[in-house]
Design a protein around this ligand. Structure first.
Ligand code: SAM
Length: 365
């Protein structure tokens, strides 16, 4: 059984379906008023938004609820968006690796369980999801948690999102930059992106989520010491970070240009995130990039017939590059022969795009 706010979610096996109403009534009576709706999952999840079909067995029909995780509040419609309370520790673990001022790119953001606490920590977050309802709730949650200045939301396919975000704007037409803004879901987002090319200030961010005690120390140490992902810089990365962390009086974080620097990319779509890794081949322009290459956190399932080596091989094939020092973190067992993992690695230097002379001339005028 899963709980999400006032909703209790059952997965009643076939042999007990004849008793489903009795089971639901017992759960309802024993847990009311905390639980006000009891639902049962019907069939396997087949839609791309990863939202199950439910039948309501007891209580009110309203599935709009609120969940609290590590000091953040999440409003959601359990019947319309993806939510899994069992991922709370994973959300905390990953966000604890981020530092204030980091630039985060959440390709499959859902209603924001990574993005919102990252914003609370003072990170600039580009958050995308294909499900328009997820984006509506993500924006609501950004407001509830007072981090709307830190989170730019997008509603599109993750590949298109990454390509749009990383496209270097043409100085004459600014067409690519506007394409990203035009696909945003709210006025704040459009103005957020405009703001991001003009405002030179950084907000004084109050840290409301301190995950320092939970930091995965080996990953953090590697993050701090590894130079392997570094590329030739036009500007010293430390200077960028110092500028990002500068405290001045204004609203909102320091604007960033994602095609110049991103710290972490999150890919929490375990059923198929590995397939999306090909979008990184040639995505980052070597000429414009500043500082270390981003950490990619790609979620996947590993079945008993597979191994970390076979998953790594699949990831490298998709990236078209060798991954140095991959880190596999076991998130949770989802079935007797299947576990969810997070594969973290620095984007390999071979994925960088070398500009042709023609391109450089056209962009630089
Ligand atoms: C497993 S959920 C993860 C959501 C959130 N990150 C979390 O931890 O709860 C995957 C999300 O990816 C979204 N999604 C599925 N296919 C997508 C695509 N091609 N592009 C962007 N988002 C997609 C779904 O709508 C869903 O919200």
């Amino acid at each position: 059984m899963n709980f999400a706010g006032h909703v209790a979610h059952l997965n009643i096996p076939d042999d007990l379906l004849a008793y489903k109403d009795v089971i639901a009534k017992v759960i309802y009576d024993k847990n009311h008023p905390r639980i006000q709706t009891v639902v049962n999952k019907v069939g396997a999840i087949s839609n791309e938004f990863r939202v199950p079909q439910f039948e309501i067995l007891a209580g009110k029909k309203d599935m709009v609820t609120e969940v609290k995780q590590y000091g953040a509040t999440f409003r959601l419609d359990y019947g319309l968006v993806y939510w899994n309370s069992r991922l709370e520790h994973e959300h905390i673990r990953l966000v604890s690796l981020f530092k204030k001022g980091d630039v985060i790119c959440d390709m499959f953001a859902g209603i924001g369980p990574f993005s919102i606490p990252a914003g609370q920590k003072g990170c600039v977050v580009y958050a995308n999801d294909l499900n328009p309802d997820s984006i509506l709730y993500l924006k609501t949650n950004a407001k509830i948690n007072k981090v709307e200045d830190y989170i730019f939301t997008y509603n599109m396919d993750a590949r298109v999102f990454m390509q749009s975000l990383m496209a270097v704007p043409d100085p004459e037409t600014k067409s690519k930059c506007q394409f990203v803004a035009a696909n945003c879901c709210s006025e704040e987002m459009v103005s957020g992106n405009e703001h991001s090319t003009s405002n030179e200030n950084q907000n004084d961010v109050q840290e409301s989520f301190d995950g320092s005690s939970m930091v995965n120390t080996s990953a953090k140490r590697r993050q701090e010491t590894s130079n392997e992902g570094d590329v030739a810089c036009q500007e010293d990365a430390n200077q960028t970070k110092k500028r990002n962390n500068k405290k001045v009086k204004s609203s909102g974080p320091l604007p960033v240009k994602p095609w110049e620097h991103i710290d972490h990319v999150l890919m929490n779509l375990p059923a198929s995130a590995l397939q999306f890794l090909d979008c990184f081949d040639g995505l980052v322009h070597k000429r414009y990039w500043k500082g270390s290459l981003p950490w990619i956190h790609c979620y996947c399932f590993i079945r008993s017939s597979e191994s970390e080596e076979s998953i790594l091989c699949e990831a490298q094939n998709k990236l078209n590059a060798k991954i140095a020092e991959p880190i596999f973190h076991r998130v949770r067992d989802v079935a007797p022969n299947k576990a969810m993992f997070c594969l973290s690695f620095r984007l390999p230097v071979e994925c960088l795009k070398e500009e042709t002379e023609d391109h450089i001339r056209s962009v630089d005028g």
